[in-house]
Design a protein around this ligand. Sequence first.
Ligand code: PLP
Length: 438
Amino acid sequence: MADLHLSLDRQAGGLARQVAGELREAVRTGRLPAGTRLPASRDLARDLAVSRGVVVEAYEQLVAEGFLESRIGAGTTVAAVTIEEPASPADASGEFGGRPTSPDLGAFPRQAWGAAYRHVLATLPHDALDYGDPGGVPELRGELAAYLRRVRAARAEPENVVVVTGVAQGLSLVVQALGPLRLATELPTSERQTPLLRRAGAELIGIPVDDEGIDVAELARSGATAVLLTPAHHYPTGVVLSPRRRAELISWAARTGATVLEDDYDAEFRFDREPVGCLQGLAPNRVVLAGSVSKALAPGLRLGWLVAPVSLAAELRKFRGEFDLGSPVLDQYTLAHFIATGAYDRHLRRMRREYRARRDALVGALAERFPEVKVCGISAGLHLFAELPPEWDARTFAAEAVAAGLAAEPVDGPAVVIGFARWPGHRLAGAVREMRSP
Ligand SMILES: Cc1ncc(COP(=O)(O)O)c(C=O)c1O
């Protein structure tokens, strides 16, 4: 008979739950191997000085869970369960955080967001806590439409807007809703998005980007039925789609019936002038605009939007309903209130000034420490793109930047993307000075 070594805390109560917990743990860790015969409930109860009912209840619970088996005549034995260890969370930890495109999370407006959340909790009718419209609560769609008209020159009404959890989910939904697509993406592109686009069913074709943005002539030759691009600030090179290419792109889409997916991921942050209006404002029937608060506030909020032609927006809304019944409503009302009270604009104004100073500091420090490195692209966003001399190794340079504490990633070229949002200018400059020469 097994000696069970169970320890109980009599003050805590819930004795049956405690006995079951101890036994479950003993099976999980292998201390009680499969086939081990457990004491009769009466004997174990006596050993533990508990009532027999406590042990019976614990045994029954573990039989129901599959840890123990009970057969008439054979008593209670440990079942032949295969205990799987959960995958270690450390497996994935390196993949997240510290990206060159992450905003300064320390600058998240906790007070103002908290005030908006409390306002929503204090004023929202009970009924509003039910499942919301899967396309987004009307208040937020209204605020977003007005905001995007004002700031991005979008052609947006509440019925064009679909609330999503971010650009990532937005693109995934659009690709699935449009059916099998030959989807052109920029070359280079955000590698992070390619798995989700493929998983959503798109066949991807890379189209080169030069200093005017995506090569539209090449796009036209590719037979693509849709294109995904970052016209306001190409990721990663930082170029803006030129006026000529914008016109060519739209006429290609009109001619072929192709859909343009406009990833407007960091358009709020342009430091040298007003941002160019979005493509969607020029061709609202051909373009789907996708944006989120991931750069302006925090990626972890998972709040974003699509602006699509009305019929597609209706389909996306239905699709979202079938997929997962929509986004959390309290967060949506909070963002609506945050925009309506001007808190969003105030935060953006403050961060724009801050990020501009940080970018200038990083550019200055790079010029001083590595005069061979050429910073490309416009003064915008949360990252910069720097071309390295051809004989340098991008991986080594990026690793050196990461070792100095910067968020950096190598790009073929050789080139490197470096984020400047997370630190004040003097720290960025200090880190660059610390980097060894390649
Ligand atoms: C090119 C690009 N688009 C979009 C996003 C944002 O995605 P989401 O809105 O899903 O957070 C990112 C984030 O890093 C990005 O780099």
